[in-house]
Structure formats: structure tokens, C-alpha cells
Design a binder for this molecule. Structure first.
Ligand SMILES: O=C(O)[C@@H](CO)OP(=O)(O)O
Ligand SMILES: [Mg+2]
Length: 401
């Protein structure tokens, strides 16, 4: 019944107005799945390769589609993804593009779920998945590669760790986002939004910490549960390999100074989460920081691990970080993303499923996060392509309980 009978690929718009790949997968019994690839701006050096959509589509039509139609079963995700890998023939999807691969992989999963008549999270997670829901990390202030003339640190993320439900958590993040705007208005700081819908004021990182801390406290008092916050430093974007230093607008830090700076921030603001605090090649520095503050916060590898089990295994060996960011398009298929989560879990690393800065209305990651029982999902706080996932989480919770 889930035999794939058609795969259609097209270019659609992403949230930055750039083209991206959308895939439709149709099965013998009329099952249908549609999914679209997201796209990063602060991409990791070791990510699978995103090709220009026109090229990715042409290559996938030539190499992958004929191997799927009449051959693969959408209900058998590992088979579909193995065929995508074999059809591509490279380690990094540079032939058919990770954008074509991930769109087809996710569309096949949705077609498989459609045939079964099950919601996607149920199809992916099975009957014995846990009954936890991920806490959304909401980007409320940001800069880096996502906005010009704003903070050096890429993302300040509200983390409603005490929220009694997904819905409460989602609304709390939106309230923090609104509170930040009010505080900026009070201070006469004009400001627009970055790529992920976070406020992108022209203030320095120190001011942003004060601002987010205050916004979080205000909302915490209102809602009556604990809200912390966290960061995506996107350290690789700040790191200058030539000088071996982290270059901020107003200062420069050696690796040791960067470790101390981040550790101090974790302690001072009781940060729940710190993503990519260090360069993507520096496992050792990640391990040192994890030694220092890993018992009180999540030290998460995004550009460090790129959802890649080999890189994660290297990190596990040396104790670099204690959690991994999971972005299916960084590695190319849902199978690879699942394998990364499984390896992480087996070694006591938490997984955080994540959007990209360039997104579409596709809500697959909401289902992936629930299916795999991860503790956190990072998918923005406001904006249509972000609320597509957040609202889907609310629906899933409503559906499952
Ligand atoms: O660095 C990140 O974690 C992501 C998403 O927030 O950004 P991008 O998609 O630009 O890599
Ligand atoms: Mg990141």
C-alpha cells in the first residue's frame, strides 16, 4: 500500500524569499506527503551540501526519483533514506543536494503516515514513544548572521522550563518576545526583526542580557512558572582561525577567555542552555566548558556536530558538550537524524530538534521532536513559518492527550 508511485519536486519560497525544494510523495493506495527543505545562514562547515534548488531538483529527478518510484515503500523510512543515499553516491549529498534529499525523506514519512491513517509523530515514534512534550526554546533577541547591526551573540532564547504544558510554554515565549519589545520602546531603542522573528536591536550583548533577563522575569511573574533563558552563540561565526580569537564588536577573546566568559554568563544568568559557545573544530574547548558548567546547563553542539553520528561519536569520546542540535537538513535524511538522536540518548546526551533561519510552513520537526521524546525544540517564538511548528505542537498535544 505504501509503494511509492510518484515523486514530484518543485521550487517554492522560503521565509527569506529564497527558493527552496518542496517534494510531494504519492503512494499506490493514494497516500500523500508533502515537505519542504529549510535553509541555514550560519551553516556549519561540515553540513551536508545544499545545492541551488534548480540543480538539486534536476539531479534528484535524474538519480533518485527513478529508484524510488515502483521500488520503495514510503512506510519503510530506512529503505527510502538508504535509496536516497545510494542514488546520491557521496558522503555529503553533494550530488542530489541535501535540500532535495531531506524534502523527499520527510515527504515519504508523511505519505507513510497518511496511508496508515496515523499522525506523523505516531508513525515515526511508534506506539511506545514517551508521553513527554518538548519545551520550546524561543528566539526573542538576536543578531549575528541573522541580522545586521545587532548583537554579536546570534540568539537569546526564552526557555520556559517550568511550563505545565506545551501550550503554556509557547504562549510564554510569545509573551517574552512582546515584553522585550515593550522594554525596548520604553528605552527608545528602535528595532526591527531578524531572520527568525527575534528582535534585532542595535545594542551590545551586555544590554541584551539585561533586557532578556528583565523580560523573562516580568513574564515569569505573570504566568507563575519558571522561565529561564539560553543562547546560541554561533561561536564559529565569531572565531577567527588566523588569530585564534573570538572577535566581538568591542573586544576579542582567546579560547580560554571565551570559556570563562561563557561559564560566567551561565552562572550569572542561570542559563538553561548554551549552543555553540565555541568554534566548530574545537572539541577540546567544548570539553573544558562542559567540565566546568555541564552539570548546570545544556552545552549544545550545532555546528560542532551537524547532526552527524561520526562527529557526535568524536564528541562523546572526549566529553565535548552534553547535548546535540538536530537539524534533518544538516545531514540529509530522517534516518540520519534519528540515528543521531539514538546515539546521543545512549550516551546521556540530550537532543534538541531545531528549525533553520530560512524556513517554510513545513511542520515536520514538531512531529520529529514529539516522536523522539527530546526535551527541547528550538523553533522561534513568532512569525508564520515559526508558528507553523509551534501551533502544530499544540495540536499534537491536544490530539495525544
Ligand atoms: O544556528 C542555528 O542554530 C540556526 C537556527 O537557529 O541558524 P541557521 O539556520 O542560520 O544555521
Ligand atoms: Mg546554532
Amino acid at each position: 500500500m505504501t509503494l511509492i508511485t510518484d515523486v514530484r519536486l518543485r521550487r517554492i519560497l522560503d521565509s527569506r524569499g529564497n527558493p527552496t525544494v518542496e517534494a510531494d510523495v504519492v503512494t499506490e493506495s493514494g497516500g500523500f506527503g508533502r515537505a519542504a527543505a529549510p535553509s541555514g545562514a550560519s551553516t556549519g562547515e561540515y553540513e551536508a551540501i545544499e545545492r541551488p534548488p534548480t540543480e538539486a531538483i534536476a539531479a534528484a529527478r535524474e538519480h533518485a526519483v527513478p529508484r524510488l518510484i515502483g521500488e520503495a515503500y514510503a512506510g519503510n523510512q530506512r529503505e527510502v533514506d538508504a535509496i536516497l543515499r545510494a542514488a546520491d553516491g557521496t558522503d555529503d549529498f553533494s550530488e542530489i543536494g541535501a535540500n532535495s534529499a531531506v524534502a523527499i525523506s520527510m515527504a515519504a514519512a508523511k505519505a507513510g503516515a497518511d496511508v496508515l491513517g496515523a499522525p506523523l509523530f505516531q508513525h515515526l515514534g511508534g506506539a511506545f514513544r514517551g508521553d513527554n512534550f518538548p519545551i520550546p526554546l524561543g528566539n526573542v533577541v538576536g543578531g549575528g548572521e541573522h541580522a545586521a547591526d545587532a548583537t554579536d551573540i546570534q540568539e537569546f532564547l526564552a526557555a520556559p522550563i517550568g511550563a505545565p504544558s506545551v501550550g503554556d510554554a509557547v504562549f510564554a515565549n510569545a509573551a517574552v518576545h512582546a515584553a522585550v519589545s515593550d522594554l525596548l520602546t520604553e528605552r527608545d531603542v528602535p528595532c526591527g526583526k531578524g531572520d527568525e522573528g527575534a528582535w534585532a536591536p542595535s545594542i551590545d550583548d551586555g544590554e541584551a542580557f539585561e533586557l532578556v533577563d528583565e523580560a523573562v522575569s516580568l513574564v515569569e511573574d505573570e504566568v507563575g512558572f519558571e522561565i529561564s533563558f539560553g543562547l546560541d552563540v554561533a561561536g564559529a561565526e565569531l572565531y577567527d582561525a588566523g588569530s585564534g580569537t573570538y572577535e566581538y564588536s568591542d573586544t576579542s577573546r582567546t579560547t580560554d577567555e571565551q570559556i570563562e566568559y561563557i561559564a560566567d554568563l551561565v552562572r550569572e544568568y542561570d542559563l538553561a542552555y548554551v549552543e555553540d559557545p565555541l568554534d566548530e573544530n574545537d572539541y577540546e574547548a567544548f570539553a573544558d566548558l562542559t567540565d566546568e558548567v555541564g552539570d548546570r546547563t545544556l552545552v549544545c553542539g550545532d555546528d560542532l556536530f551537524v547532526t552527524n553520528t561520526d562527529r557526535l561519536a568524536d564528541g562523546i569520546d572526549v566529553g565535548a558538550a552534553n547535548s546535540i542540535l538536530i537539524k534533518p537538513n544538516q545531514i540529509g535524511t530522517l534516518t540520519d537524524a534519528f540515528d543521531a538522536i539514538e546515539l546521543a540518548t545512549a550516551h546521556g546526551y540530550d537532543s534538541v530538534v531545531s528549525h533553520r533561519s530560512g524556513e517554510t510552513e513545513d511542520a515536520t520537526i514538531a512531529h520529529l521532536a514529539v516522536a523522539t521524546d527530546v526535551p527541547f525544540i528550538k523553533t522561534g517564538a513568532v512569525g508564520g513559518e515559526r508558528t507553523a511548528k509551534l501551533n502544530e505542537l499544540i495540536r499534537i498535544a491536544d490530539d495525544a492527550t
